[in-house]
Each structure stands twice: as structure tokens, then as C-alpha cells.
Design a protein around this ligand. Structure first.
Ligand code: SF4
Length: 304
């Protein structure tokens, strides 16, 4: 155990003055254009596009995308999220197969599949997650499958349905510290998030688990570290930490921008807490460098 480093005290910057380290190049390379065409032609959605992810140019050029299943309308209205919310009308029984085909056509070695919240469905969409895993296994058997799941409103049965499909990685985002759930995560419960990880660990002891936190929503440093410790106590293996960016003036403002050095120090703190891997940086999102994150910790070395 090393001595914890003090984190940098950097004064908050107003939202309008985005620091230079958050600037990215506009997307438009050949792989980006190919992926964009494929998503439209096959009527598939990605969180990369729906959430206005700043990494889309880099990730899509690297043939990495996060498929968003179960439609593009979310039943919750989180204060930070750019995905459309409302009453979903989506019903697309062929979607799992098309995702499988797209993964195979792109030759992906690692895929992330997520969804909008579907609190209108009895199982929250868990069966569609499972069907998508099975379709990918059939069409692209060598591809690692990472599922970034919603909380299914705390349903143990829905979670079990997903676990029965045996994803390689189970990811669920914590997003923020418990005090800010009320303003940022309508419908979310902090304790439910932790319980999801405990249940998953009990069900599959060697499952690789992962969670993400956005910083800059107004959390205190002590709250952030306590949240990281809670995730470790729930035996989460991989942690992602990234800067919250306001998608539009209708969304929650940025309370402060973290300096890249602070992310490095938080990553060190996380490693000291026992996370097998911490991906931390201003532009880190939960699926950013997902393939490399798993590769960096090696096969089975996360088991505790
Ligand atoms: S970080 Fe994730 S959501 Fe953003 S572009 Fe990359 S794969 Fe898509």
C-alpha cells in the first residue's frame, strides 16, 4: 500500500470555458463513414450517436461502437443524459439478430451492448439483452461481449436472465455519488446499484464486473472516494472515471472541470483500493477503450 497522494485543488471553471484538453477532432474517417452507413442501413442505434459522445471519431475509426438496443427512447429522464426520453413504442424482434450480424460483419473482437431504460417492460428488457448475447455468440463466437445494463428497477429475476446468458463483462454505471442521485438520476437508487453488483458476484463468482462514474456534477472529493470504496466493497473489478459534459443548456450544468492530473491521481487511488483496472481521464466513457481495459488485466487475474 502506498501513501495516498493529495488531489490537486483546481478552482472550478465555468461551463462555457471548456478547457483545451476536452477538444476533439471532428469525426469523418473512412471507418466512421462505413459504420454510420451500416447503422442506418440496418436500423441499429448506438449510444455513441444518441449520447453525443465526444469520442465517436476515435472509437469508430478503431471499429469500436456501443450498440444501444431496445430502441432510442428512454423511460427515464436523467439530468445529464442526451438520449430522448418519453414513452417508447419500439418493438423489434429481429434486433438481436441484426446486432449479431453487424458485429460479425465488422469483425469486432469486443463489443459493448447497452440499452435505454425500459421500465415499461415487465423484465426491463432483460430477455432482449440475453437474446442479443446469444445472437452475437452464434454469429461472432470469438467476440467478447460486454453488457452495460440498466438497474432493471432492482429486479433480481431480470438480472438473473441476463447473467444466464453469460456475458464476458457485466457493466452497470453508478454515474454519480449518492447525494446527487436525486438531481441527476431520476428513478435510480444508489443502494440498488450496489446490490446489483453483489447479486452478480454471488451468482457468478468469477464474473468480470465494471462500473463508471462521471465527475464534475458537484460531488465533493470525499464523496467520490467513498463511492469508489463502496464499489470495491461490492467487488467491482474495473472502474471508469470521466468528465461530465453538458449535452445542452437544458441539461445539468458542469459544476467543475477536473484537470487531467487529477484523473491520474484518482486512478492511483482506485488501484490502491484494489480495482484491477481504472480507466480515468477527461474524455473517458464507460465503453472507452473497453477492449484494452480487459486486455490490460489479463485472463482471470481479477478474481478475488
Ligand atoms: S466512448 Fe463508448 S459511447 Fe463513446 S464513441 Fe466510444 S464506444 Fe461509443
Amino acid at each position: 500500500m502506498g501513501i495516498p497522494l493529495p488531489l490537486l485543488e483546481i478552482p472550478p471553471l465555468p461551463d462555457a470555458r471548456k478547457p483545451t484538453w476536452l477538444k476533439v477532432r471532428a469525426p469523418g474517417g473512412p471507418h466512421y463513414i462505413r459504420l454510420q452507413g451500416l447503422m442506418r442501413a440496418w436500423n441499429l442505434h448506438t449510444v455513441c450517436e444518441e449520447a453525443h459522445c465526444p469520442n465517436i471519431g476515435e472509437c469508430w475509426e478503431d471499429l469500436t461502437a456501443t450498440f444501444m438496443i431496445l430502441g432510442d427512447v428512454c423511460t427515464r429522464k436523467c439530468g445529464y443524459c442526451a438520449v430522448t426520453h418519453g414513452r417508447p413504442t419500439w418493438e423489434d424482434r429481429e434486433e438481436p439478430e441484426r446486432v449479431g450480424q453487424a458485429v460479425a460483419a465488422l469483425g469486432l473482437e469486443h463489443v459493448v451492448v447497452t440499452s435505454v431504460n425500459r421500465d415499461d417492460l415487465a423484465d426491463g428488457g432483460a430477455a432482449v439483452f440475453a437474446a442479443t448475447v446469444h445472437a452475437i455468440r452464434r454469429k461472432a463466437p470469438r467476440c467478447q461481449v460486454e453488457l452495460l445494463i440498466p438497474d432493471f428497477q432492482g429486479s433480481a429475476d431480470a438480472l438473473q436472465k441476463v447473467l444466464n446468458a453469460r456475458p464476458d463483462i457485466l457493466n452497470h454505471n453508478t454515474e454519480t455519488v449518492p447525494r446527487l442521485y436525486k438531481v441527476a438520476r431520476h428513478g435510480g437508487r444508489y443502494e440498488r446499484t450496489l446490490e446489483l453488483f453483489r447479486r452478480a458476484r454471488r451468482a457468478i463468482p468469477d464474473l468480470l464486473t465494471k462500473s463508471g462514474i462521471m465527475v464534475g456534477l458537484g460531488e465533493e472529493r470525499a464523496e467520490l472516494l467513498a463511492t469508489m470504496r463502496d464499489l470495491r466493497a461490492a467487488d467491482v473489478n474495473i472502474l471508469t472515471l470521466g468528465q461530465y459534459l453538458r449535452p445542452s443548456p437544458r441539461h445539468l450544468p458542469v459544476a467543475r472541470f477536473y484537470h487531467p492530473q487529477e484523473f491520474s491521481e484518482l486512478a492511483q487511488e482506485g488501484k490502491r483500493m484494489g480495482f484491477a483496472h481504472v480507466e480515468a481521464g477527461p474524455l473517458v466513457r464507460s465503453s472507452y477503450h473497453a477492449k484494452r481495459q480487459v486486455a490490460s488485466i489479463g485472463n482471470g487475474s481479477w478474481s478475488t
